[in-house]
Ligand binder design. Structure first.
Ligand SMILES: Cc1ncc(COP(=O)(O)O)c(C=O)c1O
Length: 405
């Protein structure tokens, strides 16, 4: 997915503008900064590019999620329904504010199954948080309908899906609010950083204060700012925002390159009738950072992974089922509520409840899924070579020619 593959003089120029002034902070120092406001400029560019009324930059995608939850009034004891296939940051962000993660099954979109969401709703449910994993989207029509019916907040974790869209609208701008991550491996990167997207002015104003110690940002004198509420420091720096300014101009190019390589690889894998592909609710909106495919059984999938390892070509092919970062199966720290500071006993009980929850429906999908990350700089020859090697291995395994690990 990474925009870092297109690193160039453009990023260096933007960073240099900041280095010339020496003002690395996004607020204040109006004189010495000589008109250089990279964070503000990037927020404006984000609104324009992705079609959001407001954008609040943050220090990371994780802090963007925490910030927007606080701004949406989500807090202690509120249940947030989220998928069991995501990155650990999705639940970390809500534990920070004392909210309760309620993990539910994913379906063949690799995102939350709307039927599982319906079953998980309780009187304590406050929000539904789909995670648009691996560059593609959740079924937003179904989830929006559930939110309307039950008067719930729809918060999109679009950290992995910058540049993807659903029915013509950018992911992250469809619900009450959404977030992107600009960490180093995202479609556009700031090195580290994130953003909250929202069309709601009140939510935006709260995010603006929350990320900067609750300062109200109303006067010209920063030192005289008042504090309508308690905030934290989740600010981005000017250096990081400068990188993002160069990167955002490249997003269309990144997506076009991904789409081209993705289509070519998909064509090659389609030769094997036993391979099926991830269901994409709006295929035109897929950012194509990954090609996710399924094999008929977990045993066959494991054998393919073992063969890829044996031939030293596993890199770039992700078997999430065994992955420590992305799937509930390996999140023992969450299931045992291992935290450095004490969690509220009720929250702890809700978290450890996940240890015995049935995720067999998700296991049946994730156990058969491989996601191949799409390189930007691959030549056509390289895509063909990768695809052919994959096909040969899959055919070999399907013919029964494999040893189980
Ligand atoms: C789905 C998801 N949510 C949130 C995050 C957190 O973003 P960050 O690394 O910028 O904190 C990530 C990062 O990979 C992610 O993949």
């Amino acid at each position: 997915m990474p925009g870092f593959e297109l690193w160039s003089d453009e990023e260096r120029k933007e960073v240099n503008d900041v280095l010339e002034t020496g003002i690395l902070m996004r607020y204040g120092f109006d004189g010495p900064r000589k008109g250089v406001w990279k964070s503000k400029e990037l927020e404006e560019a984000i609104c324009k590019k992705f079609g959001s009324k407001y954008a609040q930059l943050t220090s990371s995608g994780t802090s963007a999620l925490t910030t927007v939850m606080a701004a949406l009034g989500i807090g202690a004891g509120d249940e947030i329904i989220m998928p069991c296939f995501t990155f650990v940051a999705s639940f970390e962000s809500l534990l920070t504010i004392g909210a309760v993660p309620v993990l539910v099954d994913v379906d063949d979109t690799l995102t939350m199954d709307p039927r599982a969401v319906r079953k998980a709703i309780t009187p304590k449910t406050k929000a539904i948080m789909p995670v648009h994993m691996c560059g593609s989207m959740a079924d937003l029509d179904a989830l929006t309908a559930i939110c309307k019916e039950h008067k719930l907040i729809l918060l999109e974790d679009a950290c992995q899906s910058i540049g993807a869209s659903y029915k013509g609208k950018s992911l992250g701008t469809i619900g009450d609010a959404g977030t992107f991550s600009f960490d180093f491996v995202k479609t556009m990167t700031c090195g580290e950083g994130g953003v909250v997207l929202t069309n709601n002015k009140d939510v935006f104003i709260k995010c603006d204060g929350y990320t900067d110690h609750g300062h109200d940002h109303l006067g010209a004198d920063r030192g005289a700012d008042l504090h309508p509420f308690i905030g934290y420091n989740y600010r981005i720096s000017e250096l990081h925002a400068a990188v993002g300014l160069a990167q955002i101009r490249k997003v269309d190019t990144v997506i076009a390159m991904q789409k081209k390589n993705h289509a070519l690889l998909k064509d090659i894998l389609s030769q094997v009738p036993e391979i099926s592909f991830r269901r994409i609710p709006d295929p035109a909106g897929d950012s194509c950072t990954f090609l996710s495919w399924f094999l008929p059984t977990e045993e066959i999938t494991r054998a393919v992974i073992n063969e890829l390892k044996a031939q030293n070509i596993l890199a770039g092919n992700f078997y999430w089922f065994d992955n420590n970062w992305h799937y509930i199966r390996k999140w023992d720290h969450l299931k045992n509520a291992v935290s450095l500071s004490a969690l509220h006993p009720d929250l702890k009980a809700a978290v450890v409840h996940h240890a015995n929850k049935d995720f067999s429906a998700s296991d049946a999908i994730m156990g058969r899924c491989v996601s191949t990350s799409i390189g930007l700089l691959w030549t056509e020859e390289q895509v063909k070579d990768k695809g052919t090697k994959l096909v040969n291995i899959i055919k070999k395994v399907l013919s029964g020619n494999f040893v189980t690990a």
